[in-house]
Ligand binder design. Structure first.
Ligand code: AKB
Length: 381
């Protein structure tokens, strides 16, 4: 089997995907790459190479050196950081992807590339957003993701490149923080709740967005890449989602475990980005084509996040770092069969069964919330 190259391998998704890929395809079969030079002792035995994806020569060099057959192209600049550095966002997200697709054409590689719900904008239907719909993104990140989707489809249609993609929602995980996204609040809140007992959220409490727990995201990526080519009817990017919840609902769920947790709200420029994105995505095409199913709802993901981040389990997570057998990493489970534990129900948080949007004039005071625990700070802008 040819080797697998992962760009942006030490980012939020890469950190969780790489151990699963190594488990499935062999430890030495997976080459991690990133812009940083890794010097720490613990990584010496790993196959890690420095790669800036905007450098096509270096990319080709690595493809030849390691006989690469598949790339998970995860290197990218997220929405909030993109607004602060448009040039970098364009260079990495567009030129980096184009370099990968050119290499895929030349070396006959299979490619995974994450798109985002950010391809949608204010003119897109917010509820049950269809696979094919109006896409007028308002951020440079969204523009690069939309152009990237078109590039993927172009290389697939014109040159037969086997490129597969998902429009990822906000991804919640504990191993590595996302850094620079609009949905980051839904990750940061957990560590702050545990460490400090309070968090200042940069979006308003009623802000409701599509989200997914990392094990579901990993399962989706693995299953998509392993699906028969004939099953893949979308070569731009598949709508995909798991749950949809507001910041206030997330706070309330955390308070079930940490009753003294307090959330303050101080919306900043990321509020406008969040407001431009859909609330509920229709991902029926992915479910029909290659059997996508999510497993974690809000209750399950909050419970697991808090358990994993609690000081007791932190000790355990130190013991499970690469290159030891990835026994403690998120378990991969196939989407279609062999589910473990409680499956996410088609309950209140399930997107397909529909969410009940909170009307803005009904949000204060928050229904069912502890009156002393939902406080507003005035925005500083
Ligand atoms: C971001 O917030 O920028 C990302 C995304 C939804 O693409 N998490």
């Amino acid at each position: 089997m040819k080797t697998i190259l992962v760009t942006g391998a030490r980012g939020q998704i890469g950190s969780d995907l790489v151990p699963i890929l190594r488990q499935r395809y062999g430890f030495t079969q997976v080459i991690e790459t990133g812009r940083q030079t890794i010097v720490s002792q613990e990584n010496i035995q790993l196959t890690y190479e420095v790669l800036d994806v905007t450098d096509p020569q270096r990319l080709e060099e690595l493809i030849e050196q390691y006989q690469v057959g598949r790339i998970y192209h995860l290197a990218g600049i997220l929405s909030a950081k993109g607004e602060q550095n448009r040039q970098l966002c364009w260079d990495v997200n567009i030129n980096g992807l184009k370099n990968v697709l050119e290499a895929a054409k030349a070396y006959d590689l299979q490619v995974f590339w994450p798109s985002s719900i950010a391809v949608f904008g204010a003119t897109t239907p917010k509820f049950h957003t269809p696979q094919i719909t109006i896409a007028e993104p308002t951020t440079i990140y969204g523009i690069t993701k939309l152009a990237g989707e078109l590039l993927c489809k172009y290389y697939a249609d014109r040159f037969g490149v086997d490129v597969r993609s998902l429009r990822l929602p906000g991804i919640i995980s504990y191993r590595n923080p996302p850094g620079g996204g609009t949905t980051d609040f839904a990750v940061e809140i957990f560590s702050e709740a545990i460490a400090k007992g309070c968090y200042t959220c940069f979006v308003r409490p009623e802000t409701r967005l599509p989200m997914m727990y990392m094990p579901d995201a990993i399962a989706a990526i693995v299953d998509l890449m392993e699906a028969k080519s004939s099953k893949i009817t979308v070569r731009s990017s598949y709508n995909i989602t798991a749950v949809s919840f507001s910041a206030a609902e997330l706070v309330r769920e955390i308070q079930k475990h940490l009753p003294d947790f307090t959330c303050y709200y101080q919306p900043d420029f990321r509020q406008a980005i969040a407001d431009s994105w859909p609330v509920v995505i229709n991902d029926s095409q992915a479910r029909t084509d290659w059997g996508w199913q999510h497993r974690y709802d809000l209750t399950a993901l909050v419970k697991d996040m808090l358990e994993q981040l609690s000081p007791k389990s932190k000790v355990k997570s130190q013991e499970r770092r690469d290159p030891a057998p990835p026994s403690g990493v998120y378990p991969y489970y196939p989407a279609k069969t062999g589910r473990m534990g409680t499956r996410a129900g088609m309950g209140d948080n399930n997107l397909i069964s529909g969410v009940k949007p909170i009307e803005p004039d009904k949000i204060l005071p928050l229904p069912g919330a502890r009156q002393d625990s939902q406080k507003f700070l005035m925005p500083s802008f």
